[in-house]
Design a protein around this ligand. Structure first.
Ligand SMILES: Nc1ncnc2c1ncn2[C@@H]1O[C@H](COP(=O)(O)OP(=O)(O)OP(=O)(O)O)[C@@H](O)[C@H]1O
Length: 293
């Protein structure tokens, strides 16, 4: 289910959260990156029909979100995992999913139970399906969250910061689960964890201050860091030019990885960029460019 967004604006009082977003999401798994306050959650909430769009046009699977009929049509085919999904701690995942399925209008008891069972299986919670959610780890709770979003087999899955706060093992497991879901549906993954996008998405967009500053392939975003990623070995002070993205301390000094348009030190060595380097280079160029109207 493709998404076409043109000139989308959305404000909260005097705060302009989205300031003319133009974006096309073709399908498959698509990453939406951006720092705190960039507008990611606002965009997700507009797409999920939780917030009405301000100015601009948003079309999802050919349905225009400006009309109530369009929003309803999209909501029927959309699953949403918000950043702060409230789970009922005293329910088991089976009870919780059954409850959400009822709210979503799955009235046929046998079909509902079958679907809940299949989803519990898909997210790897069958063995704990009868236990109370309150004893679950962060990763298990997110898996309950993704299962509720998948009720009704939506063609579009909108997932907001799903791996924040998870330990590395849970994070890897959760993002692999998401990537597997993208086979036959569109998954829009909003995150500020660059590595999650690097490992799961072919295409991505970057939001900054309510605008799209990059949209295209992840490989191309990595290339933004080419010629601007360096290593500096020193026993002295850290480089003051560019952005230090990592510092590995060793017995003979520290190796700094630096993103900078110019060599950050006379003996700096150019290195191949990662997605994080490309992202930092993009943000650097964006913030040093004169503001557009
Ligand atoms: N309900 C609201 N009322 C007032 N301001 C809001 C509201 N929601 C978002 N904002 C503001 O809009 C801007 C964009 O916020 P948003 O939550 O969309 O960004 P984000 O990219 O998701 O950030 P984060 O990664 O921190 O969640 C911020 O300045 C935020 O303070």
């Amino acid at each position: 289910m493709d998404i076409q967004i043109t000139g989308l604006c959305r404000s909260f009082g005097r705060v302009a959260a989205l300031r003319g977003v133009d974006l096309t999401v073709p399908g498959g798994m698509f990453g939406l990156l951006g720092g705190n306050g960039a507008g990611k959650t606002t965009l997700m909430r507009v797409l999920a029909g939780v917030l009405a769009p301000g100015a601009g046009r948003v079309s999802v699977g050919g349905h225009d979100l400006a009309s109530r009929a369009g929003r309803l049509a999209v909501q029927r085919r959309l699953g949403y995992l918000p950043q702060d999904l409230g789970l009922y701690p005293d329910l088991s995942p089976r009870e919780f999913l059954d409850y959400v399925a009822l709210l979503k209008g799955l009235d046929d008891t046998a079909a509902r139970r079958r679907q809940v069972g299949e989803l519990l299986d898909m997210v790897g919670l069958t063995e704990v399906a009868g236990r109370r959610i309150k004893g679950f780890s962060g990763g298990m709770r997110r898996r309950v969250g993704i299962a509720q979003a998948l009720l009704g087999d939506p063609a579009l899955l909108v997932v907001d910061e799903p791996t924040a706060g998870l330990d590395p093992e849970e994070r890897v497991r959760f993002r692999t689960l998401l990537a597997g879901l993208a086979g036959r549906r569109t998954v829009l993954l909003s995150t500020h964890i660059v590595e999650d996008v690097a490992q799961t998405c072919h295409d991505a967009a970057v939001l900054a201050a309510g605008r799209v500053v990059y949209t295209g392939s992840v490989a191309e975003l990595v290339r933004t860091g080419e010629g601007a990623t360096w290593e500096v070995r020193t026993a002295g002070a850290p480089p003051t030019v560019g952005v230090v993205v990592s510092a590995v301390s060793r017995a003979d000094g520290t190796v700094y990885r630096v993103v900078s348009e110019v060599p950050p030190a006379p003996d700096a060595t150019p290195v191949a960029p990662s997605l994080e380097d490309g992202y930092v280079a993009l943000m650097q160029r964006h913030t040093s460019a004169p503001p557009s109207a």
